[in-house]
Ligand binder design. Structure first.
Ligand code: GRF
Length: 209
């Protein structure tokens, strides 16, 4: 039985999408806990409604990133995670944290990496005039929004799209690929080879919506 700990900062809709599919399809997983970096994170309410242990570790109460991350590591280890899922977790993690969970730490980013790492991806995609945008699930390495890509979803940018319309379609795409990537992980189907991820047996790692 795999044990998943999820880190969130806000509404937690990706976490919710993963939990709902796991419940529906009876995945052999235990959602061991959800941790937010502040107590107002909405996703904590959903976790509690499902009986999933929910915690806030307030980053503002820590004097440094190292101290905050040490508290996070201690809690995640106490919960016994073999997969750590970053789902809208808006804190930059220290190299020490990333090394500690290397190979079992994954993130979703609302862009087709390596395009548009960082923040405000939808605004930047519109400004750049790209015809395609999307989302990426990847293993986390020390560079922000770098790391081997597990899967991506692409959507067309439509004439007349504004940030909200584009963000909503990307979010719907995220809700499709994040559960898929988590399932591949728990099924032991992912191999990291250099900066690439191979899925075994092979399955499309890009979906076009
Ligand atoms: C998502 O767009 C995710 O890609 C980004 O933050 C957002 C989180 O949304 N990292 P939610 O909290 O999962 O609803």
């Amino acid at each position: 039985m795999h044990s998943i700990v999820t880190l969130i900062s806000g509404r937690g809709s990706n976490f919710e999408a993963i939990v709902k599919i796991a419940q529906k399809d009876h995945w052999p997983v235990k959602f061991a806990g959800v941790i937010a970096n502040h107590s107002a994170a909405k996703g904590l309410d959903f976790a509690r409604s499902q009986g999933i242990p929910a915690f806030a570790i307030e980053h503002r109460e820590h004097p440094s990133r190292e101290s905050f991350d040490a508290a996070l590591i201690a809690k995640i280890d106490e919960l016994g995670a073999d997969l750590v899922v970053l789902a809208g977790f808006m804190r930059i993690l220290t190299p020490g944290f990333i090394r500690h969970f290397e190979g079992r730490l994954i993130n979703i980013h609302p862009a087709l990496l390596p395009a548009f790492p960082g923040l405000h991806t939808h605004e930047r995609a519109l400004e750049a005039g790209v015809q395609e945008h999307g989302a990426t699930v990847h293993f986390v390495t020390e560079g922000v929004d770098e790391g081997p890509i597990i899967c991506q979803a692409s959507i067309p940018v439509l004439a007349g799209d504004d940030v909200d319309a584009l963000a909503a379609r990307v979010l719907a795409a995220e809700h499709q690929i994040y559960p898929r990537a988590v399932k591949w992980f728990i099924d032991g189907r992912l191999r990291i080879e250099g900066n690439q991820v191979k899925v075994q047996p092979p399955e499309a790692q890009l979906i076009k919506l």
